[in-house]
Design a protein around this ligand. Sequence first.
Ligand code: SF4
Length: 281
Amino acid sequence: MPLHLPHKLKTYQKNHTIPYTEFFSKNPKTDKNQIPTYPHHMLPSDLSGVINVCPGAGNCKRTCLHFAGNPAYMRGKNAKRLRQTIAFAADNNLYLETLFLAICRAIYKHQGETIAFRLNATSDIMWENLTFNLSPDVADFAQYKFGIKVNAGKHNNILEVFLDHNVVFYDYTKLKRNWQKCRDLNYHLTVSFDGHDNIRNHKIVADGIKNGVNVAAAFNIKKSEPLPEFINLCGYRLPVLDGDISDSRFDDVAGCVIGLRFKQPRGTIYSKEDIANFCVI
Ligand code: SF4
């Protein structure tokens, strides 16, 4: 059994400064969850200049949550997200092998507990469609180091690898997904509203609602203000749940709008109009 990280993966992680041991980040929103939650961040939309990791982004591009938070941490946050995005663009397979080890490490750390992963904390990648090849030496390393046995070879996606483990995957999305396929993969999705003028997004939201998927929408109200009880959205009248209490979207009852109070972005240029375009009210 190998004691060390296989050479190829070690070189890749070193070259991009993305050790699997520091792959996930801290996030105040996911920290509110009842169960330990690991968010994975990239540099959103096309900000990296090498790849667009949010093909469905419209109005949200300017007001993305990536720009919210403490400005003191912005530089380090940006740099790590950029490195991860470039590494992903450089080699999808090695990136997924790195992600695989990061997930194994988290599971090992929380034996006997249920844990959650939010892989698109600031991206919108269809993880369910990304096949990858797990090399025998990485599979052996995971078994030796974390006691997790996964067959080497081709896998349809990273999610199916962990179907027998005590984990939840969840994300918000602005893309039309195969909702049932994701459910079957233990991947909980909430579709995101992108504003009244994004008609393409309305179709995706309506498709999600029709398929029992909740909709997240931003409300331009103060932190102290209550959300409305109901709202009309994309042809449906739905009850509103307060999505700021925690990020545990996988615990929400179905058939709801998840209301999120708009958070002021920093270090980016946006207008009052941008906010009005993006928010539901
Ligand atoms: S899709 Fe999500 S992560 Fe991407 S720019 Fe929009 S809000 Fe940000």
